[in-house]
Design a protein around this ligand. Structure first.
Ligand SMILES: CC(C)(COP(=O)(O)OP(=O)(O)OC[C@H]1O[C@@H](n2cnc3c(N)ncnc32)[C@H](O)[C@@H]1OP(=O)(O)O)[C@@H](O)C(=O)NCCC(=O)NCCSC(=O)CCC(=O)O
Length: 335
């Protein structure tokens, strides 16, 4: 059965709920709470229903299915920070030459900022454990960049992704303990639950605005600045392959890296081509990630295409998975 990524609907709630409960917590975009997930699905259905062409507060939610229930999911936020500030720590380096010591003095400072206000964001990437390591994670992740290519006016000039920072086996986070925990007087697990219920901006609004010198942090906190949680390494690798880079911004609470890319430079999007289906037949052509349909009708899978007539030929399995016929328009990018 060909795996397909498609727009999520309310029927996906039980499968999403099961996935959210298996994450082990800490996934802000996939809360293990059926009511919140229903709200997210409702918001996504509304976003897929909007025809307007500007970046907006739309949150698109997709699922991957392998013929039965959904076994993976991912999201795109058209714009972050719409009606609440979107905070990060920016790492600023100051350097000075000290002639007396004949050496450069360098200090790194963390400053609370809203530099990424208005960017698009990809997130909520999750694949059921039994479906991992078979390319499905890449299909999920990359389907979003084809969706963005197909609805380009809906997205901003810069796209970000936030990776979870280092969290101990007991639910504590060394970065939280080193800074925010000292002010709020609660542990990271409690803060995480508070953020899930109230949004991260509530605590972020109360973070001290004085720059924090990295050299003043204890080593446990300093060592995890910009370091992803070990389980986030495959997601980080997928982002790096698309050209995302860690650009000096980290999460206020767990110190995890924020990755950024110029939207038009995201590899899958940059290399995307559009053509009409002229034949459905064994192509012997190039392996691609290929998508069809606008908004709620979006579908995406792996397949092969080859030039044919005024357009392309696509292999029958991919054509069936996408539900396309000759004359339909496809967007595809090299696999
Ligand atoms: C993220 C996914 C969906 C990725 O799926 P898979 O694990 O099947 O992917 P994969 O094909 O096995 O691996 C993807 C790439 O990472 C490489 N890779 C695997 N393990 C690695 C490791 N420990 N260190 C470095 N690279 C590693 C693989 O070789 C491959 O690269 P090559 O192709 O070069 O060989 C999954 O791991 C998952 O559900 N993880 C748990 C949830 C999670 O952490 N989600 C990310 C949250 S962060 C988020 O959502 C924002 C980011 C985003 O939305 O994109």
């Amino acid at each position: 059965m060909t795996m397909v990524v498609r727009a999520a609907g309310l029927d996906d709630l039980p499968a999403l709920d099961a996935m959210a409960r298996s994450t082990g917590g800490g996934f802000v975009n996939l809360p293990p709470d059926r009511d919140k997930l229903r709200d997210r699905l409702t918001a996504a259905i509304a976003a897929f229903g909007h025809e307007q062409g500007q970046p907006d507060d739309d949150r698109f939610l997709f699922v991957l299915e392998d013929g039965t229930a959904a076994c993976g999911t991912c999201q795109i936020f058209a714009r972050v920070g719409g009606n609440t500030p979107f905070y990060s720590y920016r790492i600023d380096r100051r350097s000075a030459w000290c002639a007396g010591l004949a050496r450069a003095i360098e200090t790194d400072e963390l400053t609370v900022c809203t530099d990424h206000h208005g960017c698009s964001e990809v997130g909520g990437l999750f694949l059921r454990a039994d479906a991992r390591a078979a390319g499905a994670g890449a299909l999920l992740a990359r389907s979003r960049y084809l969706f963005m290519a197909m609805h380009r006016a809906r997205f901003a000039a810069t796209t970000i992704a936030e990776l979870r920072g280092v969290v101990d086996a007991d639910g504590g986070a060394p970065f939280w303990d080193g800074i925010a925990g000292r002010f709020f007087g609660i542990g990271f697990a409690e803060a995480d639950a508070f953020n899930a219920a109230n949004g991260t901006h509530v605590l972020a609004d109360m973070m001290p605005r004085t720059p924090v010198l990295l050299a003043m942090l204890d080593a446990r906190a300093r060592d995890v600045v910009g370091v992803p949680h070990p389980s986030g390494r495959p997601a980080m690798r997928l982002l790096e392959k698309e050209g995302f880079r860690h650009d000096r911004h980290i999460d206020l609470f767990d110190g995890g890296p924020t990755m950024t890319a110029a939207t038009d430079r995201i590899e899958t999007l940059r290399r995307a081509r559009t053509a009409s289906v002229c034949a459905i037949a064994a192509t012997g052509g190039a392996p691609v990630v290929v998508a069809s349909g606008r908004l709620a009708a979006f579908r995406c899978c792996f397949g092969t295409v080859a030039p044919h007539g005024d357009g392309i030929a696509i292999d029958p399995a991919a054509a069936a998975a996408l539900g396309v016929a000759t004359g339909d328009i496809l967007t595809y990018s090299p696999r």
